[in-house]
Design a protein around this ligand. Structure first.
Ligand SMILES: *Cc1c(COP(=O)(O)O)cnc(C)c1O
Length: 362
């Protein structure tokens, strides 16, 4: 006899993040984790450096200044914001608090993988609902609801497909769910959306008491290494998250970096302008060489190689040039590769490498 975790823990394949190294290749271009094209905001780097001399002090457990800065930026009540060690932590806290053994968690088939992994760790039954044209299917998600359903997760726009569920459909999903089912709208890529009808979730959060919006500093603010995300929810859900989170779950460097990132002049505008331009150029350039790209609302594109073997060959070809993108086998989409929109030079490198691949691979 030896120690053993709950059976659900060992039944889950561990999460595999985007790779960052290639043996024998000097210059690596990492386009596998949607980390933002420009690195961290300079003001955030300065802020992280500055707090280093105070590293012996515990951080403000309430992340008050950070929540106020987020609230001011987004026109939201700071009292209804909870910060976390990445939105991954908030996903886990929601599942721990509202899900667990004997409950069901519903997500769309190609929704963000962490919902499935975390739900399984917690002992939930995870139901992955088939999508229609790589987009969440509201009718099918509602049809999957059972008496034990406690949580529904929606990524919008979705990672890895880049697709957007129209606001009317998100509202229809909420309206069709029982009141005792928590809907989490994960808007990790909200800033990049150009669809004028888009709402990142706050409207539905305000109109209900059982909906959460999840946001992150890991994508547009280039702070994935700091681990900083936030939730906007009703007072009752905020109270629950406050009970289950660690008292110092957001460290001092992350909080300082987040505040500085929000204050960085023109950062979001410049990042969005770049992303919109290069997302379009990548889509057009790859489409022109016979590689269809899903219209994307995120900072990445999902490139279709039509079959899994060809996608794997393309992946190997990109790697031989130091370009790391994300294979989609683990998501059940083996014929695709997901490519983050990097800086202009990096995008050009991808287009050139795939042009060469198509020419030589036939
Ligand atoms: C990247 C990502 C996250 C994770 O964000 P962190 O704040 O870094 O934990 C959450 N949801 C989606 C859909 C993502 O793509």
């Amino acid at each position: 006899m030896t120690v053993a975790p709950r059976p659900s823990i060992l039944a889950v394949e561990p999460y595999v993040g985007g790779e960052s190294k290639l043996p024998g290749v000097n210059r690596i271009v990492k386009l596998s984790s949607n980390e933002g094209a420009f690195g961290p905001p300079p003001g955030a780097v300065a802020a992280i450096t500055k707090v280093a001399t105070e590293a012996h002090r515990y951080p403000d457990g309430g992340a008050t200044a950070l929540r106020e800065a987020i609230g001011a930026r987004h026109g939201l009540d700071p009292a209804r914001i909870v910060c976390g060690n990445g939105s991954d932590e908030l996903i886990a806290l929601l599942i721990m608090a509202y899900g667990g053994e004997g409950t069901e968690l519903i997500m769309s088939a190609y929704g963000f993988q962490m919902y499935e992994l975390t739900g399984l760790w917690a002992g939930c039954r995870v139901i992955k609902v088939p999508e229609r044209d790589l987009t969440a299917d509201v009718d099918a998600m509602l049809a999957a609801v059972g008496p034990r359903t406690k949580l529904v997760f929606l990524t919008n726009p979705n990672n890895p497909t880049g697709t957007l569920l129209p606001q009317s459909e998100v509202a229809r999903l909420r309206a069709g769910l029982r009141d005792d089912i928590l809907l989490a709208i994960d808007s990790a890529y909200a800033e990049y959306v150009t669809d004028p009808g888009y709402d990142a979730g706050a409207t539905i959060v305000d109109a209900t008491d059982n909906t959460v919006m999840l946001r992150t500093f890991s994508k547009i603010y280039g702070l994935g290494g700091m681990r900083l995300g936030w939730a906007y929810a009703s007072p009752a859900i905020v109270d629950v998250l406050g009970r289950v989170r660690g008292p110092f779950n957001v460290n001092a460097a992350a909080a300082a970096a987040g505040i500085a990132a929000l204050a960085e002049p023109g950062w979001v505008e410049r990042s969005v302008a770049h992303n919109t331009e290069w997302r379009r150029r990548m889509t057009e350039a790859l489409g022109a060489i016979g590689l269809p790209v899903r219209p994307s609302e995120g900072n990445f594109v999902l490139v279709d190689f039509r079959d899994g073997d060809r996608a794997a060959r393309a992946d190997a070809h990109l790697r031989s040039r130091g370009l790391i993108v994300r294979g989609m086998k683990g998501y059940g989409l083996p014929r695709y590769l997901r490519v983050t929109i990097g800086n202009a030079e990096e995008c050009e490198m991808v287009i050139e490498a795939l042009t060469d691949f198509v020419r030589t691979d036939g």
